[in-house]
Design a protein around this ligand. Sequence first.
Ligand code: HEM
Length: 167
Amino acid sequence: MESKFKVFGHGAHPILIVFPLGLLSTSVIFDVIYFVTGDGQFSVVSYWMIISGVVGGIVAAVPGFVDWLAIPKGTRAKRVGLLHAVGNDIVLLLFAISWWMRRGNPPEYRPDTIAFLLSAIAFLLALVTGWLGGELVERLGMAVHDGAHLDAPNTLSGRPARERDSK
Ligand code: HEM
């Protein structure tokens, strides 16, 4: 099923999700380095990565929601999409709370154990919701052009992926 929210012919959601996925997962790595080294510069980087990742996730969620709305009711894709969406909303909320707890410790915004645990739990949940996203695309065909095949013409050509009477 083709995406309803495209940029240059490709689904906007799969393009934008690199920001929350990349920034939020790397913030947890920087937290671990901070706890190992005690060096506050890593917690500063993590602090700004979290808020950028949360904002990126909210922006990415918009085209994801548009695509989800277009999925026919009663399909597995609708159910998997809902699980994926709600799960990712919880991921963003946990990271946002973790960020909020750090705001009180400028200039290095050192996370305490609770703030770190919230990020770590959100990271583990994002592994599951990310897999559900992959299931939506690779197994359920979301955001894949109708008739897609290995020799399909360029998306920007305006021609359908599978021309009529082509095998
Ligand atoms: C932090 C927020 C989110 C992240 C990190 C995320 C991540 C992903 C990933 C990794 C995929 C698979 C992409 C691929 O394999 O190319 C995906 C697909 C998808 N996600 Fe999300 N997602 C997020 C939020 C949402 C929300 C809130 C919704 C719906 C309300 C949603 C709906 C979808 C849909 C429908 C797809 C299938 C592909 C498409 O139609 O664009 N996602 N998402």
